[in-house]
Design a protein around this ligand. Structure first.
Ligand code: HEM
Ligand code: HEM
Length: 283
């Protein structure tokens, strides 16, 4: 990555990390300071695990998983190791999302509140189910050694689109959930009277939007992609890649070399340029 590019990357990454971490602090302060705290007792404090685990797991960890391949100081690590980190973070996000769902179902059942009536719950459950599918397909495609390279390449555009679509949907679901909760729980003064809790939690929603926007920006910059294994190998054998700035020139020289997952080992002519997510083209 060229130096200028690297600086831009660092700025966007730092603001994204700050927005994500402050969101976590905000959701914790919401439930601990403004609401009933956290407990596993069938009451409102059990419900509170729902937003906390969704923000930490389904939003923050999923966002982190999506951009791990983009972090230049991991480029000298093996692709396999990065796949394990990407898959592991996504698995953890999924587990926390499932626990978060158990919390809200449990709370509803104990309080005799109906399940699955809201748009929030419909889109939310669909997102959790499709996320589970994306996880299983991801492992099958990219961690099973026997999966043909041509399948991996053919599936990659769908994997990337599916991942970004799910991530965006989850942010939208969180905004719906936040709005519902504020309308349900603020009574005197009401949500429309803008009490401090309402303002505070509106800011949480804004932070989630900023985090989502920046993760999507990072994940859609072609010039911030991890260089192909072939380029990294060349750099290794030319004296190491400790200095990741060396990747920059190599990257732009070999701008039409597809990545490992994209076209497999054989550089096939059928490997079309415009639908490959892993091409090393600068934009
Ligand atoms: C309920 C999913 C985030 C507030 C639910 C239900 C699901 C769900 C499936 C239905 C549970 C049931 O019917 O028993 C999700 C997903 C989220 C998310 C996938 C990912 C971000 C949030 C957040 C809040 C929230 C951040 C903020 C407080 C609520 C509320 C309910 C609920 C108040 C109960 C009312 C209802 O069923 O709509 N959520 N949720 N959710 N969620 Fe979320
Ligand atoms: C890339 C999402 C699970 C392997 C991506 C990208 C996204 C994504 C958005 C594009 C990242 C970029 O362009 O830098 C997800 C989501 C998952 C998931 C939401 C879980 C629900 C998995 C699993 C594997 C996997 C389990 C297995 C190892 C890959 C690979 C890439 C990738 C190999 C290409 C990286 C590259 O060459 O730049 N994933 N993924 N994913 N994912 Fe996943």
């Amino acid at each position: 990555m060229a130096m200028e590019n690297f600086k831009h990357f660092l700025v966007v990454l730092s603001v994204a990390a700050a927005a994500g971490l402050v969101s976590i602090i905000f959701v914790l302060r919401w439930v601990l300071h403004f609401r009933e705290g956290l407990a596993w007792d069938g009451g409102p404090a059990e419900f509170n695990w729902h937003p906390v685990l969704m923000v930490i797991g389904f939003i923050f960890l999923q966002g982190t998983a999506i951009i791990v391949y983009r972090i230049p100081w991991t480029w000298h690590r093996s692709k396999l190791m990065m796949k394990f980190i990407h898959a592991g973070l996504n698995l953890l996000a999924f587990i926390l999302a499932v626990i978060s769902m158990v919390a809200v179902f449990d709370f509803h059942n104990a309080a005799k509140i109906p399940n699955m009536y809201s748009l929030h719950s419909w889109v939310g459950l669909a997102a959790v189910i499709l996320y589970g599918l994306q996880l299983v397909l991801g492992v099958g495609m990219y961690l099973m050694p026997f999966t043909p390279a041509s399948w991996r390449a053919a599936f990659m555009p769908l994997h990337v689109y599916g991942g970004l679509f799910l991530f965006t949907s989850v942010i939208a679901v969180a905004l719906m959930g936040i709005t519902e909760k504020l309308i349900f729980s603020l009574s005197d003064p009401k949500y429309k009277d803008s009490p401090p809790e309402a303002i505070f939690v509106n800011v949480l929603g804004l932070l989630l939007v900023v985090f989502g926007a920046l993760i999507l920006w990072i994940a859609t910059r072609k010039s911030w992609k991890r260089p192909s294994e072939q380029i990294l190998h060349t750099l290794h054998t030319d004296g190491g890649v400790e200095d990741s700035s060396k990747v920059g020139p190599a990257l732009s020289q070999l701008s039409d070399v597809p990545n490992e997952e994209t076209c497999g080992d054989v550089r096939k002519r059928s490997c079309k340029l415009d639908d490959q997510p892993n091409l090393l083209v600068n934009n």
